[in-house]
Ligand binder design. Sequence first.
Ligand code: CO8
Length: 373
Amino acid sequence: MSAVVISGTGLYQPPYTITNAELVEAFNAYVDLYNAEHAAEIEAGTLTALGHSSVEFIEKASGIQQRYVMEKSGILDPTRMYPRLKPRGDDELSILAEIGVEAAKKAMAAAGKTGADIDAVICSCSNLQRAYPAIAIEIQNAIGAKGYGYDMNVACSAATFGLEQAVNAIKSGSAKCVLVINPEITSGHQEWRDRDCHFIFGDVATATIVERADTATSSEQWEVLGSKLATQFSNNIRNNFGYLNRSEDSDPTARDKTFRQEGRKVFKEVVPIAAAHIESELTELGLAATDVRRYWLHQANLSMNQLIVKRLTGGEVTPDVAPLILDEYANTSSAGSIIAFHLHKSDLASGDVGVICSFGAGYSVGCVVVRKR
Ligand code: CO8
């Protein structure tokens, strides 16, 4: 059996940025409006006044400086606080497929492939736009790929889980060249009115080409040495939006229908899970954490990533060992570790080993160990 390689990656970056200063200004205007509107209840003690957000808090707690979004005027409108996206007809490419196609084109160019070379498309992300038809099948059609396509969702770990499915499809012979896409329009399901999380997410799309080594022709190839996936149920990151909301007669705009989390608990519980998970996969492959030249980690929180790598290597955690992209992109859910891999892999030498690792809601954790050819 031929080895399996990652032969190309691609990144689509949305057209708008929102800085922390812009975000906080809009959020604080929303808070002032809310508190003024509910002044009587707040005065009577039946409602708690909302507090202002601050740029200093966001930067210190998360490391995030800005985020990219598909549309910003709606998010920054204190009377709205979510994006304004134009509805599209059934005969138009849907927005999630569109950004997936843009990332896919770049990944295919990097891998030296055309749509006709692709025989499986996996769209793996946190926030799928609709129930069916699968976004992956729409993308398969748009790029002229053969074979089959399907959607999957493992929240922030969707990319590494998707990569393992791609590797397995190639190993089993059900595909020869797989396109894995992670289109994330997190702004649609982010709760921009909640101070605890309004700064966390950004929009983006990434794409990865996984194929048999004996068909790969690109100048940069990464052999997949192994991968490991794990899940452990937790309610600490949850979103109850879903197809039964109507039948349950529940309010579609209620707080539980967008992203919510117990951030502190997530931080504390996921750091040891992720570190132990990476270590166990490296051990199975006969590698030590210090043999790893670079860690491309999920991008949720700067301190979280530093702690994970520190636990693993015991050494100093420099951006060279664990590159940071969340300062510019924020948390892009499944796409974060792939953005880090895409932007910070070319300087490594042949033979260097790296780990792509994601972690998040579920809980879910996935790692893919790669070696540059
Ligand atoms: N401005 C000022 N003060 C604030 C703000 C703010 N914006 N937010 C909170 N505070 C206050 C709090 O109220 C609290 O006050 P008090 O001490 O009086 O109670 C104080 O600041 C400290 O708050 P926290 O304890 O919440 O602050 P932390 O230091 O823990 O930082 C973080 C918060 C940054 C959220 C941090 O906990 C964190 O990064 N945790 C890890 C989160 C994580 O990795 N989550 C992964 C989720 S993503 C995922 O799995 C995919 C989901 C699908 C994507 C959906 C897209 C929409």
